[in-house]
Design a protein around this ligand. Structure first.
Ligand code: MN
Length: 251
């Protein structure tokens, strides 16, 4: 069970979730929302080889935490993974769109200078500008668009540009989400929970709830569950391999 986008540090008892995820999940990407969260959140998972921590600046915090970009530079050398980063065009965040754009372009430039990173990217109501920013920084690394909700045309453009995708329960439940999933090449798709923000049956999604997404994918792909989980495991290996081509540092 692979959870490629989870906010482990935002659960009420992070250490307990981390310990359970280390047993139940084959891999978890623990994303952060601010650079200042990096030392604490990466320390949570330090002893577990199956949990990686990503360095992030959530677009919804781009204005409030803009000054933390200097910490982004400081910590970027410590990880091969970046996230959660991106753009959010929802009405409540559009007021500081300029800061969001400045922040994401700064981050993509930093990733490019550092030799590329695997990036978990938010693009809610901002798919087109996010894809355009990624196009302008081709050596920033490998983007994984998390919870993608753009149009078919935007999706096709992202696929052409080499983007990967991580999909969770809200996507497999919704008709639009399933339509998006059906257009994504199977070899560029991974699973996620976005816990604790996203929910499973009304409670915050834990990393191991990603099993429900695997089952839904096996139905959508018309393959058995063993084949679906094998394919997803192979995809994670191949994502790391693609990223290694870009000379990521070893941890
Ligand atoms: Mn998230």
């Amino acid at each position: 069970m692979i959870d490629l986008h989870c906010h482990l540090d935002l659960f009420p008892q992070p250490a307990e979730i981390v310990a359970q995820a280390a047993v139940r999940n084959s891999f978890v990407l623990s994303v952060t929302t601010t650079p200042s969260a990096w030392p604490g959140t990466s320390a949570l998972a330090r002893e577990y080889l199956t949990i990686e921590t990503a360095l992030g600046l959530h677009p919804q915090l781009a204005k409030e935490r803009f000054r933390e970009l200097e910490l982004f530079d400081k910590y970027l050398v410590e990880t091969s993974w970046v996230g959660e980063v991106g753009l959010d065009g929802s009405p409540e965040y559009r007021g500081f769109w300029t800061e969001q754009l400045q922040a994401i372009e700064y981050i993509l430039g930093a990733c490019e200078s550092a030799g590329g990173r695997i990036m978990s990217v938010h693009s809610r109501r901002a798919a087109a500008p996010m894809i355009e920013s990624l196009r302008r920084f081709p050596d920033a690394g490998v983007p994984v668009l998390h919870w993608f909700s753009g149009t078919q045309k935007e999706l096709d453009q992202a696929i052409r540009q080499g983007c990967w995708f991580s999909v969770g329960l809200p996507m497999v439940i919704a008709k639009k989400g399933r339509e998006i999933i059906s257009r994504i090449p199977r070899n560029r798709l991974l699973t996620e929970t976005d816990g604790p923000f996203a929910e499973t049956n009304g409670t915050p999604a834990c990393p191991w709830h990603v099993g429900l997404v695997e089952h839904a994918l096996s139905d959508l792909w018309c393959i058995d569950i063993q084949s679906a989980t094998a394919l997803l495991a192979e995809n994670l290996r191949s994502l790391r391999a693609v990223a290694n081509v870009r000379r990521l540092p070893n941890r």
